[in-house]
Design a protein around this ligand. Structure first.
Ligand code: ASP
Length: 301
């Protein structure tokens, strides 16, 4: 099967001065995942490799760049799904770990679909994932933004969640997402990212999808599964992505975007936000492609 991998850096508006960091981060993540696939590795491992890079990059709202909740704490969500046995694992509102995607992997390997809160951290520790002081996850930039938002009592959104979908040489598909969620969110809130069928979905032969944006609205339309169900063998994966965003807009209010790979290894992506940085690699493209918005890809074509 042709290998393919696509990552995104969140459905949001990226200020011009921050755009180079998004490009660097997305390309580094895509290349890390691609290296796994090129060496014959599994789609699931490629997704984890790509997401780890973005969790370690403070540019993105995931891992060490996560936004703060209404209490001024970092509570992160991450989810993973693989399409061979439909195994999935998620963590919600976890604190004090650097790479929530690694905890999601441990959850996927065990029985629960999702583990949340303080017990998710304990779950991680019991399985050998290194912990850190929860305050270490707060960057000065996010602290400043939080102070400002608090003064203005505004619940401004910051949607630079990260996600990845990959297909390996055996046709296995995997999808993942990791996020600090929405800034000023209600403490304990868990968004779409770790919810199966909402923020992530994967099914070999059909496709895989990872979603970003207003997670509470995304969950209500079961976005990722809906997008996969819109895939048709005789048309571009792009169409399923576009139709899923259209469906979202017809049912609920908010911003959203998705990346997907269909069962034939074709990539697709769509969003209704100003930007959604995306990088992808496929065997039929000579070098990694990066675009900050769909509009830009269309103009380049
Ligand atoms: N979907 C995420 C959430 O609502 C946020 C995002 O995509 O940036 O938690």
């Amino acid at each position: 099967m042709p290998i393919a991998l696509i990552v995104h850096g969140g459905a949001s508006e990226v200020p011009p001065e921050e755009q180079p960091a998004y490009e660097r981060g997305c390309l580094a993540a895509a290349e890390a995942g691609w290296a796994v696939l090129r060496n014959g590795g599994a789609a699931l491992d490629a997704v984890i490799a790509a997401i780890r890079i973005m969790e370690d990059d403070p540019t993105f709202n995931a891992g060490c760049g996560s936004v703060l909740n209404a209490d001024g704490r970092v509570q992160m969500d991450a989810g993973l799904m693989e399409g061979t046995e439909s195994l999935a694992g998620g963590v919600g509102a976890i604190e004090g770990v650097r790479n929530p995607i690694l905890v999601a992997r441990k959850v996927l390997d065990s029985m629960p679909a999702m583990v949340v809160g303080a017990d998710a951290r304990r779950f991680a520790a019991e399985r050998g994932i290194p912990l850190c002081d929860p305050d270490e996850m707060i960057t000065p930039k996010q602290r400043q933004k939080w102070e400002k938002a608090k003064q203005q009592s505004s619940a401004s959104k910051k949607m630079d969640t990260v996600g990845c979908v990959a297909m390996d040489s055996q046709g296995r598909i995997a999808a993942g997402a990791s996020t600090g969620g929405l800034s000023m969110k209600v403490p304990g809130r868990v968004g779409d990212s770790p919810q199966i069928g909402c923020g992530i979905y994967a099914e070999n032969g059909l496709g895989g999808c990872s979603v970003t944006g207003d997670g509470d609205a995304i969950a209500r339309v079961v976005f990722a599964k809906t997008a996969c169900d819109l895939i048709r063998p005789d048309r571009a994966a792009e169409e399923a992505a576009r139709q899923a965003v259209d469906y979202f807009q017809s049912r609920v209010a908010g911003e959203a975007g998705c990346i997907l790979i269909d069962g034939a290894g074709r990539t697709g992506w769509a969003h209704n936000s100003a930007h959604m940085p995306v990088a992808y690699l496929r065997e039929d493209v000579d070098a990694p492609r990066y675009f900050i918005a769909k509009r830009e890809e269309r103009e380049a074509a």
